[in-house]
Design a protein around this ligand. Structure first.
Ligand SMILES: Cc1ncc(C[n+]2csc(CCOP(=O)(O)OP(=O)(O)O)c2C)c(N)n1
Ligand SMILES: [Mg+2]
Length: 530
């Protein structure tokens, strides 16, 4: 090894020393130095068919591993194509690092190929966005970008590198710098004790955990807390699975009742956004006291550990928990008509139930779509966190293949199942070519109802008509995947689903099971999503 390198090699070394093993990318001359650096230094390059999938894969890597996912995209359109994923990662607090090419400084403003100011565009959808101005700073700037992504409120970071800086040379640093993430200062002890006292005094407490608990690696502290406080748990987003199904304090279908009737709601690592009705009635009760503890108040893992310590004692909420259990069981029972439906075309709830029964306990399930994913979110439970990956509040269709390929690369020994609406499937279908080329056997199940159901049904209800809400009558998504070198089949009857899943996994190939679903099976939605 020489003792100098170009900025691309220096950035690669910073990635490598931070433990980065995969780089998601799509070629472009502006980023050759980092691609060559990755090839020379043993970082596996996964080259995709659209930059949004490179960036979604970086986010998917982060969601599954809690490491910083990394993508490199070329100047101009490569960067603009990655912006949906940056915005989605911002909404999910996903730590990722997108490296962009950039037109040369020497000719800035003169109209070079693919010249634009990416930093201006990405500023509001990243934690930090910057241009590398000198090869001398390449290593430390890249290391610092990853540290920023992983520190405090985790999130996406963008750095572009002008092509003339990329090829500039600088000394290779000897030691790793700046790589330990900062979880934030310890929270204020008295404030946490106040929250603990309120929880202890509650008659009908509920704990709501969000993705922040996952990023803080505080799932064990959370379990100790809810068990000590005997508080029912509602888990959102990446916190799903923090208590396994069957745990006496875990509730998903009694959520409405739990939130509206609780006297104290302790919200941990979750935003009070539309998913929690902005913290307002009628989702919460008029008198519900909402206490929110998040990373702005300091290290969330410490905060939850302190809450758990102060919750030790004799807390019983037997009547409250029994009432919620009754609601939970009744809701599950009322789903049985849908989940056991024998209809053809298949009811999407039956399809989800078949996938749920088939999936290994440690399978990673990725959701991408509208109503189909609402059914999945309602019916699928995971035994551990990190096993359910959805787009989160930004809700970008087409993120699934990127997420799923990253999940399979990060956890090659596990099943990775991508649940996709037929509409969603269309956005990133060419990524099955990426999966074939790189040997990434994700099994995709398409809920093919031939409509954009999550738009069509509400449009019909609210406006009495629907426009631009239908899809092709006979699109064979399985044949698309087959044509790209994967495995595919179409399923029309519910009893054919399981054997098809078995064949798809046995094929060892990226696969698509195209299941013809009932377009009239409307998702029973109680609220308008806005
Ligand atoms: C990139 C993007 N475009 C449009 C939307 C709006 N949208 C949300 S759900 C949905 C319908 C999805 O249809 P499909 O994937 O077929 O699932 P279905 O609702 O039919 O089960 C649409 C168009 C979105 N969320 N993201
Ligand atoms: Mg559809």
């Amino acid at each position: 090894m020489t003792d100098t390198g170009n900025a691309g090699e220096l950035v690669t070394l910073a990635l490598k020393r931070a433990g980065v093993s995969h780089l998601f990318t799509l070629n472009g001359g502006h980023i050759w130095p980092v691609l060559i650096g990755a090839a020379e230094h043993g970082i596996r390059i996964i080259d995709v068919r659209h930059e949004q999938s490179a960036a979604f894969a970086a986010e998917g890597w982060a969601k599954v591993t809690r490491e910083c996912g990394v993508a490199a995209v070329t100047a101009g359109p490569g960067v603009t194509n990655s912006t949906s994923a940056l915005a989605q990662a911002m909404g999910n607090d996903s730590p990722m690092f997108v490296i962009g090419g950039r037109a040369p400084i020497a000719r800035w403003g003169m109209g070079s190929l693919q010249e634009m100011d990416h930093v201006e565009v990405t500023r509001s959808i990243t934690k930090k966005s910057m241009t590398l101005m000198s090869a001398d700073d390449a290593y430390s700037a890249a290391a610092e970008c990853m540290r920023t992504a992983l520190s405090r409120r985790t999130g996406p970071v963008f750095m572009d590198i002008p092509i003339d800086v990329f090829f500039g040379a600088a000394d290779l640093p000897e030691a790793t710098e700046h790589l330990t993430p900062d979880p934030g200062p310890p929270p204020d002890h008295e404030t946490i004790l106040d929250a603990a006292r309120a929880l202890a005094a509650a008659e009908r407490p509920v704990v709501i955990a969000g993705g922040g608990v996952w990023w803080a690696r505080a799932e064990e502290e959370l379990r100790v807390l809810v068990e000590a406080a005997q508080a029912p748990l509602i888990a959102n987003g990446m916190a799903r699975g923090m208590l396994p199904r069957g745990h006496p304090l875990y509730f998903s279908r009694a959520r409405s009742r739990a939130l509206s009737e609780a006297d104290v709601a302790l919200v941990l690592g979750a935003r009070l956004d539309f998913r929690l009705n902005f913290g307002q009635p009628p989702v919460f009760g008029d008198d519900t006291r909402i206490i929110r503890v998040d990373v702005e108040a300091g290290d969330l893992k410490t905060a939850i550990a302190w809450l758990a310590q102060s919750a030790q004692g004799d807390h019983r909420h037997g009547g409250w928990i029994a009432a919620l259990r009754e609601t939970e069981s009744a809701a599950r029972k009322s789903d049985q008509a849908m989940t056991s439906s024998d209809s053809s075309p298949v009811h999407p709830a039956r399809l989800i139930a078949e996938v749920d029964r088939f999936a290994d306990p440690d399978a990673i399930i990725v959701g991408d779509g509208g109503d189909f994913i609402s059914f999945a979110g309602r019916l699928i439970e995971r035994e551990k966190p990190g096993l359910w990956i959805d787009p989160g509040p930004f809700g970008c269709l087409g993120s699934g293949p990127g997420y799923a390929m990253a999940a399979k690369l990060a956890r090659p020994d596990r099943q990775v199942i991508l649940l996709a609406g037929d509409g969603a499937f269309g956005f990133s279908a060419m990524e099955f070519d990426t999966m074939v080329r790189h040997g990434i056997p994700v099994v995709c199940v398409v809920g093919n109802n031939r409509i954009w159901a999550l738009e069509k049904h509400p449009m019909q209800r609210m406006l009495g008509m629907s426009v631009a809400a239908d899809l092709g009558g006979n699109a064979r998504y399985d044949k698309v995947v087959e044509a790209l070198g994967g495995y595919g089949e179409t399923v029309e009857r519910p009893e054919e689903i399981r054997p098809a899943l078995e064949r798809a996994f046995r094929s060892g190939l990226p696969a698509c099971i195209n299941v013809i679903c009932d377009p009239d099976a409307e998702y029973p939605r109680s609220s308008v999503l806005m």
